[in-house]
Design a protein around this ligand. Sequence first.
Ligand SMILES: Cc1cc(C(=O)N2CCN(C)CC2)sc1-c1cc(O)c2nc[nH]c(=O)c2c1
Ligand SMILES: [Mg+2]
Length: 214
Amino acid sequence: YGSTRPERILAEVKSKATRGDARSVVDTIDQYCRHQEWAMNVGDEKGTILDSIVCEVKPRAMLELGTYCGYSAVRIASLLPPNSRLITMEFNPVFAAIARQVIAWAGVEDKVVLIEGPSGDWIPKMKKEFGLTSFDLVFLDHWKDCYLPDTKLMEECGLLRTGSILVADNVICPGAPDYLEYVRGSPRYESKYFRSHLEYTRVEDGIEKSVFLG
Ligand SMILES: Cc1cc(C(=O)N2CCN(C)CC2)sc1-c1cc(O)c2nc[nH]c(=O)c2c1
Ligand SMILES: [Mg+2]
């Protein structure tokens, strides 16, 4: 039996990153995935764009759809103001188990709540489960075919308020054309594209930032 890619990423973090140092966890994963084996973290280039939006918005309540190994959860949590919360949602239990350990190693577990299961099941329950009114910032990085239905579901469940910001990874590669058409075409969103590259490659990709206008 062999290890999985997420297990190899966790092993690298435990052997190379300084415990309690979120930046060293992020840098260790970037180094490994750039030089040893590619993995679908948002990465350093798009991660810098995400960082600037998180710092600008200073979200009290943030949602991430798609945790994978916890790379962006660690990156985001390290920038959150005190008593802010990142809720990150992961469908795949193998990924979730690794992400919990990466988040703990980075020492950001008190800012991050990891929930497991399908986004379609969780989104309607979130207000009650977490005593939320709405999310200030949502990072969509789970599955391209879910971006649009989950966005509509968040609207319907009253999880977005005037000024809530959606940030979507991979709008070019692998691509989320129906989502792009919706946020760019809808009068209820003000959308902006940040051109970049697919993590650790020269392939074009980008991040779409969309402000919900209510
Ligand atoms: C799995 C995968 C393969 C890609 C690709 O084009 N490849 C060619 C180039 N080689 C090097 C890598 C592989 S891109 C991508 C991917 C990237 C993300 O950031 C994702 N984020 C969230 N959820 C996803 O399913 C997700 C998939
Ligand atoms: Mg991605």
